[in-house]
Design a protein around this ligand. Structure first.
Ligand code: CU
Length: 122
């Protein structure tokens, strides 16, 4: 027993970080989604082109100092409000082709330039 317990502890210490590492790196690194960084007062990238009928996954990263959000009102797409330093992921499947306005709906932000364009193609 004196030998087995330290071995078990050692095994757990080796295996656990591997499991945690495997889970932690998965969806964001390899998911194929797009990341949009939000600051005062812009989206980076501001313009996105996507395919009609294909699910779009966008991770919104707020690297600014005030709350921001990401919306395409014409298509009924609204992100949650993202607090400074936080991220949120939104998913949608556009059903119409065209060019649509992206905007932050916090008061004054769109007017300050926090806008972009979502282009949906066939
Ligand atoms: Cu904003």
């Amino acid at each position: 027993m004196r030998v087995r317990i330290p071995l078990l502890v050692a095994a757990v210490l080796v295996v656990l970080p591997l499991l945690v590492g495997a889970c932690g790196g998965g969806p964001t690194a390899g998911g194929g989604g797009t990341t949009v960084v939000m600051t005062e007062f812009k989206f980076d990238p501001a313009n996105l082109t996507v395919k009609r009928g294909q699910e779009v996954v966008i991770t919104l990263q707020n690297k600014g100092t005030v709350v921001h959000d990401w919306n395409v009102q014409e298509l009924g797409i609204s992100s949650p409000k993202v607090q400074p330093g936080q991220s949120a992921t939104i998913r949608f499947t556009p059903q119409r082709t065209g060019t649509f306005k992206i905007e932050c709906l916090e008061p004054g932000h769109a007017e300050a330039g926090m806008v972009g364009q979502l282009t949906v193609t066939d």
